[in-house]
Design a protein around this ligand. Sequence first.
Ligand SMILES: [Zn+2]
Length: 109
Amino acid sequence: MHELSIANSVVELCAERAMGARVLSVTLEIGRLSAVMPDAIRFCFDVCAKDTVVEGAALEIVETPGRARCLDCGGSVAMTDLLDRCECGSVNLELLAGSELKIKQMEVV
Ligand SMILES: [Zn+2]
């Protein structure tokens, strides 16, 4: 499962950054086009955090919308799906946002 390995790396990164302190909360930014299911991450996060300094930490997930620039007409395109097209019909799009997955914030004791 894709989400399990992601959750595992998030927990590992947080534990490393916390340097022995207890992690209270983690804010994760997940792009809508990243094909990552927030609910699955939430579930896997709790499983992976068990017996680490991250155990019991509140996980907040911020979903960022997809956005692209059309390389043909220069227009800005709101993406809800990787198969979206520009209003001009072009599929020649440069993805600007929406595929990211990063730890935005972390709170430790
Ligand atoms: Zn266009």
